[in-house]
Design a protein around this ligand. Structure first.
Ligand code: FUL
Length: 484
């Protein structure tokens, strides 16, 4: 085992993303649009027997969707072209259960993809494999039907950045469950849209974070045991403890997925980063009696998803009119405004990699141009194109004082560290330190291979943010949350 350990860690340190995964990670956040028959029946899951006549958005305006999405700083949009009820938002030639038999008659996939292109954001599709309407469901012909629909979506609507598969697999109306032919779907997507990432429970490109509440893991790894991501390329040999080991209990919802114990038992590692999908409201579809989440909650979700080595997929459901609810529009505008408010002014500083530290434990000194009392965040990036390596790090202020400001685990694509006040726990009567920070050190305490931070940005408290959509009571709470 001992002889296997070091070569395995060297391999683990070099598991690399594909070009399409890097492009996807660079987006950081995009919108999910759940729109369809459920919008009109006020349900979350339809049964496939709904009358297409019910689908009738009277004021559909996809440019309004795109404007709302862009106001939040999101860089793309994924539309539910078909949800579990089987109703298609485009006039598919393979079924009658679509917009073509609704009073609306148009093509929502076309309207949405055109609006995205006009607005300069990327467009993606959700196509539910579970189909409660199709007569083929539960038979091998269903896989042909599904591939035909995929082909329509991937050839008629321009560049697609993501194909999103939900793994739900219920019974069809014939009482049968379907065996999904994912290898065939993946091969087809690669051929028709080679730049699109495929989201799926088992890879190949991006995976589910394991919850729908918007929370990320304390240590989020993109380097995953292949036992969990069976459709992704295996890039290493087996871990030193793999012989006879079992990893069949692994599932996305677990906390420890890519951490050291998990990978040592694996038969080989893959690169599959996490996506955090969460709705701005309780439901995925629009319901008149639901409100958007508070600005504080959405901002926390942003910090821990985009700032937690994952991408954020924020669902914004259009109303029965075919428009994003004005309350959501206002909240999205505030979210974008708040993110800009907090992160648009980097503190001028110089970063030096200090001499005398081993490659897996480098230390970086960040010297501020001017001493500062109100440091608030440090954002870090690892050179992820070469692999994800940092296991643990700490940030502390002024070398001689060593006051801890943050203890972290993974860095990966981006880690936003919300700093503790280094002086908050010192005794003000005996402490001789000036409440000013002149420099901070970032010490990588453990890594799987030579660690390389490609970005270190420091931000100070930017003062109060005046949100337009937040009530007075919530504003007070928000100030407390941000320590103002
Ligand atoms: C789930 C589905 O069942 C929900 O309706 C929704 O589409 C969500 C994003 O994925 O598995």
């Amino acid at each position: 085992m001992k002889e296997k350990m070091i070569p395995f860690l060297q391999e683990a340190a070099c598991v690399k993303p594909s070009r399409r995964q890097l492009d996807w990670l660079a987006m950081e956040g995009y919108a999910f649009i759940h729109f369809g028959m459920n919008t009109f029946t006020n349900r979350e899951w339809g049964n496939g027997k709904e009358n297409p006549q019910k689908f009738n958005p009277q004021k559909l305006d996809c440019d309004q969707w795109v404007a709302a999405v862009k106001a939040a700083g999101l860089k793309g949009l994924i539309l539910t072209a078909k949800h579990h009820d089987g109703f298609c938002l485009w006039p598919s030639q393979y079924t009658d259960h679509s917009v073509k038999n609704s009073p609306f008659k148009g093509d929502i996939v076309k309207e949405a993809s055109d609006a995205c292109r006009r607005g300069g954001i990327k467009f993606g599709v959700y196509l539910s494999p579970w189909d409660r309407n199709s007569k083929y469901y539960g038979t091998p012909e269903y896989n042909d039907y599904f591939c035909n629909q995929l082909t329509e979506l991937l050839t008629n609507y321009g560049e697609i950045f993501c194909v999103w598969f939900d793994n739900a697999c219920g019974e069809g109306k014939n009482g049968k469950k379907q065996e999904y032919d994912f290898p065939r779907y993946i091969e087809l997507i690669r051929r028709l849209q080679p730049n699109a990432v495929i989201f799926n429970d088992y890879g190949p490109d991006t995976r589910w974070c394991g919850n729908e509440a918007g929370s990320s893991r304390y240590a989020e790894w993109a380097v995953m045991p292949s036992e969990l991501c069976k459709y992704a390329e295996v890039q290493t040999g087996a871990g030193p403890l793999a012989e006879g080991a079992r990893l069949d209990f692994l599932y996305n919802a677990m906390q420890n997925l890519g951490t050291m114990p998990g990978i040592l038992y694996s038969k080989g590692l893959t690169f599959v980063p996490s996506e955090i999908d969460v709705s701005i409201r309780k439901g995925w579809f629009w319901h008149p009696n639901e409100d958007p989440k508070s600005l504080e909650e959405l901002f926390q979700i942003y910090l821990t998803s985009v700032g937690g080595n994952a991408c954020l997929n924020l669902n914004i459901p259009p109303t029965t009119d075919g428009l994003i609810d004005e309350r959501d529009v206002a909240r999205l505008k505030d979210l974008g405004g708040l993110i800009r408010h907090e992160f648009s002014r980097k503190i001028p500083c110089t970063v030096t990699k200090l001499e005398g530290f081993p490659p897996t434990q480098p230390r970086y000194r960040v010297t501020l141009e001017k001493p500062c009392r109100s440091l608030k965040y440090v954002a870090l990036r690892e050179n992820i194109a070469e692999g994800q390596r940092v296991e643990e790090f700490r940030i502390f202020s002024d070398e001689e004082t060593r006051f801890a400001m943050y203890d972290g685990t993974t860095v990966g694509n981006k880690r936003i560290c919300a700093l503790r006040d280094p002086f908050a726990h010192q005794n003000p009567l005996t402490s001789t330190f000036q409440p000013q920070v002149k420099s901070i050190d970032i010490q990588i305490t453990a890594a799987r291979g030579a660690a390389d931070l490609s970005e270190i940005s420091v931000y100070a408290d930017a003062g109060a943010y005046h949100a337009s959509s937040t009530t007075g009571a919530k504003k007070g709470l928000f100030r407390r949350l941000l320590g103002k």
